[in-house]
Design a protein around this ligand. Structure first.
Ligand SMILES: *[C@@H]1O[C@H](CO)[C@@H](O)[C@H](O)[C@H]1NC(C)=O
Ligand SMILES: *[C@@H]1O[C@H](CO)[C@@H](O)[C@H](O)[C@H]1NC(C)=O
Ligand SMILES: *[C@@H]1O[C@H](CO)[C@@H](O)[C@H](O)[C@H]1NC(C)=O
Length: 969
């Protein structure tokens, strides 16, 4: 190999392994200089500020007080508290909100990995039109996802769009041109991008040594021309006289004009402007969020942001003939929850119902309307059935991909799963979504009741059949409750428990095989309603001992610590209110498999995400999908919620079967975030246990010690799999190809000596056509293949599809997977925005406010989406508390017109209307009452002279601020 090829090979290696460090933009997630802002910071701040603004607007419209100051010191806890209308009555959990914010900053950060070599995604090389197309087509896909209530897909797309938008401010000379406001044309495709420096216009001169403070040409600045830096890792080529990005990896910056203009961090070429660029990027992100809010409305915007305290209520129900008692019980318990919580902040944020039997499953019903859910569950009837098991896992797959992350899903069945081959797909979806699955298994080992007496075949679920459900429950942190149909109603208390606010897990363990063991856990002062759940053989016994030495044994159904109920294999111990803080223990005696779970209610909780580190100039991380490698290192980003005063002291991975404990090393990243690194994690199934101190707690003198455990297991794998699409949205009627690379590893690195075959299979939740390589042969430890997915031509924009790609070794003893979430997005051709023309403003309001209540003013306007537009979908009142009426008419050119009649008291003299067309283009229309100078009202019609500084006059085309429309490349 000659020198050049070696260098090229090294650089390519660098591309593969070090992209986030090489691709220079605001650092994706972390900076270690302690001073710079990352994409994560910018995104988080914009989300918090816009969410708070929307909550403030809602509070104002409902006449409630809103006292939160909206500035850069906001935290998720503060925003959620301020947004909650009844914060006093229940415990607040910000887990869902924090998880949503994390989804958006992770999908933002991953743009640096997936689109590392695309200039447009970073506004490098003066690709302004291309960058804007990425933003506006992405925004339109977000709106389509929200319209179909696919919020997770919407968040994922939105995070990526924000990355490109934010990079503009770091990579262009926008702030050097002294602009304080965002460049709004970047989110408005039909506005011209003006003042761009031409391709042949020189933009930079050499830096003076390392000093690039003055390298932009004065002419450029005088004329206000916009440019961005050229960037290339492989070549020094750039058009003559053009600015470079700058930095070690940018080879163009070493040729004239040398140096760069990036503001990625404080140490960059224009690092002195880093904070200014980051601040405008925050405001630009807020402006983009505002456009989405205007298109989807306040409520859906808050749902997109994940601002919800309550989880969903999600049932997956077997509807075969023998299930009528179970269905009746599912109905009873859901009605109980709905009726108790309706109208409170604890009302489930959505309801999901998936029926299954054989040969069918689904359709999935998801609604925010409790009555619609009640109706659907009431309509379920048990029928049919035979000797074949049911499609339980197919039904569960639908629920896992539709429910928000970290949901709790309840499965009711009395039959084995016919589709047990989906087990690894379901496990992958559980690990990826971190949802908890609890099974209500009735009459395990009893023969299934038959409608006809003629059959002698038993449809009993064997222990092996039940083990599948137990394994899935364990992987998710749920429980497998085995109960007779008669006792089911005693077991469904776990469903009611899980619907309480802010439920956290303190401790959970599954012992299989069982053995006598003494477990300890710490109870802190923030916990309410402690509950212990023990599942196991009837012969199991236990003794629970509090921190003060008070004990209660399994033989006492009511004792000094609490009261116990038994239903099938479940004992539920509800502990008394006067919790004793400190170390508790539970001593369990059983040689059969058992599980112990201790929960409580507390605001203090945490979320975690596996991240992959990338070596590079600064070193950074991106979200890791799939399992960490056995014997390798694992990094986890933890965000502690519910308190600004907690310190995490210890994070461990715990495997009860070993037992093995791996201690993580902790690094605080600010705002409750901790990066935890585990080295040489052995093969196994781990749970994540976190311990910390909360200094805000009730006991003032000493900080309160607390512990929390993650529900979802973390499994390691010796197989690495990478599958990444270069798109998050797919057009209907097209096929995407996804290259997949699998490798056999040992101690976290590819093991060259491995040969053989792996199985690579893909599954999707929409039953779309998909191909997978099946078996691939491993050479030198690695193999490549391609998975394809074809989206039908009739798939609606905004539909999401979750593709799970699994790689298995020959013996099927080891599995790893990648989960890809794609959105269907049709090309949007309607780029016209709703246009608004004022027809008349009648009445002049008195200038004296004391008289205003006695006078009304009227405003009439015509709104149209034009002859070729998709049509007006909604006209809503953004500002003004008068009455709005609309009627329709046909304009001179044959276009449909929405005629708006607004009338309001003179105490409210401004009206702002938002008009949205069917693809989410937003037009805004502002009207203003005219004011007389004299205190007495002037009501003369046709008075067009505007006195007293009025803004509008009759027949005047309104100021039209159109927030966005969409153009696809
Ligand atoms: C961002 O917007 C806020 C609120 O509108 C404003 O106070 C602030 O000055 C803006 N920041 C920049 C850098 O433009
Ligand atoms: C269980 O452990 C606790 C704490 O270490 C101890 O106080 C208790 O005596 C133990 N119980 C049994 C039965 O070993
Ligand atoms: C604890 O449970 C009781 C009864 O179930 C309930 O009334 C109370 O609101 C719960 N506590 C909290 C903090 O939710």
């Amino acid at each position: 190999m000659d020198g050049r090829r070696t260098l090229r090979a090294r650089l390519l290696l660098a591309v593969v392994f070090c992209l986030p460090g090489l691709i220079q933009s605001f650092q994706p997630l972390f900076v270690f200089d302690g001073n710079s802002n990352t994409h994560r910071d910018i995104t988080r701040m914009a989300i918090l500020r816009k969410t708070a603004e929307v909550c403030r607007d809602i509070a104002e419209s409902e006449g409630r007080e809103f006292t939160l100051t909206i500035d850069n010191s906001l935290s998720a806890d503060k925003v959620q508290k301020a947004c909650s209308s009844d914060s006093s009555s229940s415990l607040l959990s910000t887990v869902i909100f924090q998880t949503s914010i994390a989804t958006m900053y992770f999908s933002n950060a991953i743009v640096d990995v997936v689109f590392a070599l695309s200039e447009e995604h970073h506004f490098d090389d003066e690709t302004f039109e291309g960058g804007r197309d990425i933003i506006t087509s992405g925004v339109s896909a977000v709106k389509a996802s929200v319209k179909r209530e696919n919020f997770l897909a919407g968040r994922w797309t939105l995070g990526g769009v924000c990355h490109t938008l934010q990079d503009f401010y770091s990579h262009s000379n926008w702030v050097e041109l002294n602009n304080k406001d965002p460049y709004s044309a970047l989110i408005k495709p039909d506005e011209p991008l003006e003042n761009l420096a031409g391709l042949t216009t020189p933009t930079c001169r050499n830096c003076t040594g390392d000093n690039c403070a003055d390298n932009l040409l004065p002419d450029l600045l005088q004329q206000g021309l916009i440019t961005s830096g050229y960037f290339n890792m492989f070549s020094r080529a750039k058009p003559a006289g053009k600015c470079s990005h700058g930095g070690f990896f940018d080879r163009t910056s070493r040729r004239d004009p040398v140096g760069g203009i990036s503001k990625d961090d404080v140490g960059a070429s224009h690092g002195s402007l880093h904070h200014q660029a980051a601040n405008v990027a925050v405001n630009a992100t807020i402006e983009l969020l505002e456009d989405i809010r205007a298109a989807v409305g306040n409520i859906n915007f808050l749902r997109l942001m994940g601002l919800s305290q309550s989880s969903v209520l999600c049932f997956v129900i077997d509807t075969t003939g023998s299930m009528s008692d179970d269905i009746a019980e599912a109905k009873r318990v859901s009605f109980e929850i709905i009726d108790r919580k309706r109208g409170t902040s604890q009302e489930p944020s959505a309801y999901i119902l998936v029926p299954f039997n054989d040969p069918g499953f689904g359709p999935l019903m998801m609604t925010t309307d409790a009555d619609m859910f009640k109706e659907s569950i009431s309509k379920l009837s048990a029928s049919g059935g035979g000797d074949i098991p049911e499609l339980c896992l197919s039904g569960l797959q639908l629920a896992l991909t539709a429910a928000p992350p970290s949901s709790e899903i309840f499965v009711f069945t009395d039959a084995p799963a016919k589709d047990a081959d989906l087990k690894s797909t379901i496990t992958a979806l559980i690990e990826s979504s971190k949802s908890v699955v609890t099974f209500m298994l009735t009459d395990v080992l009893a023969s299934r009741r038959r409608r006809g007496l003629h059959s002698l075949f038993s449809r009993a679920m064997s222990q092996a059949d039940a083990q599948l459900y137990r394994d899935l429950a364990q992987a998710s942190g749920g429980q497998a409750i085995e109960v007779t149909k008669a006792d089911l109603s005693a077991a469904t208390s776990v469903i009611v428990d899980s619907s309480a606010s802010a439920v956290v897990t303190l401790f959970q363990v599954v012992m299989n095989p069982g053995r006598n063991e003494n477990f300890t856990f710490t109870v802190d002062g923030s916990l309410k309603n402690l509950t212990a759940y023990i599942t196991g053989d009837p012969s199991l016994s236990f003794t629970l001992t509090s921190s003060t030495g008070v004990s209660q044994s399994s033989s006492e159904s009511s004792g000094s610590l609490g009261s116990m109920t038994t239903a099938g294999n479940l004992r539920r111990l509800s502990l008394n209110a006067d919790n004793q803080t400190g170390s508790w223990s539970i001593n369990v005696n059983s040689d059969k498999p058992y599980s112990v779970k201790v929960t409580g209610q507390s605001s203090v909780s945490f979320i975690f995400n596996l991240v992959d580190s990338h070596e590079g100039r600064h070193g950074d991380f991106s979200l890791k999908e799939g399992r960490p490698l056995s014997g390798g290192n694992a990094s986890i980003l933890i965000t502690v919620t519910g308190s600004d005063t907690v310190n995490v002291t210890e994070v461990t991975l715990f495997d009860s079967s070993g037992p093995t404990v791996v201690n993580g090393s902790l690094q605080s990243m600010g705002s409750g975030n901790f990066l935890v690194t585990f080295t040489e994690v052995p093969a196994g199934n781990f749970v994540l246990l976190l311990k910390g101190e909360d200094s805000s707690s009730t006991s003032r003198s000493t900080p309160s010690v607390f512990q929390r455990q993650a529900s979802t297991q973390i499994k390691t794998s010796g197989i690495s799999i990478s599958a990444q699409t270069n798109t998050t949205s797919v057009e209907p009627g097209t096929t995407v190809s996804i290259p997949v690379t699998v490798a056999a590893t040992a101690n976290g690195v590819v093991n060259d000596s491995v040969t053989g075959t792996f199985t690579v299979q893909a599954n999707n939740d929409r039953s779309y056509d998909s191909t997978s390589p099946g078996s691939v042969s491993i050479e030198a430890g690695k193999a490549n293949g391609t998975v394809t997915l074809t989206v039908p031509a009739n798939a609606a924009s905004g539909t999401d599809v979750t593709l799970t790609i699994e790689a298995r070794n020959e013996a099927a003893t080891d599995v790893n997977y990648a989960v890809l979430r794609l959105s269907v997005a049709a090309k949007v051709t309607d780029v016209t925005r709703p246009a608004c023309h004022e027809v008349s403003t009648s009445t002049v309001c008195p200038s004296s406010s004391s008289l205003c209540a006695s006078f009304q003013w009227n405003f009439i306007a015509n709104i149209s989406d034009g002859i070729n537009g998709t049509g007006i979908e909604s006209v809503t009142l953004r500002q003004g508390n008068g009455t709005l009426n609309t009627s329709t008419a046909v304009g001179a050119g044959g276009e449909n017109i929405t005629v708006v009649h607004y009338s309001a008291s003179c105490c409210s003299q401004t009206v702002e209307l938002t008009a949205v067309d069917k693809v989410g283009n937003v037009g805004t229309c502002v009207g203003q009452a005219r004011q007389s100078t004299t205190p007495a009202p002037v009501t003369t019609a046709g008075n067009t002279t505007s006195a007293g500084g009025s803004i509008c006059s009759v027949q005047h085309t309104l100021w039209l601020s159109v927030v966005v429309s969409v153009l696809w490349r």
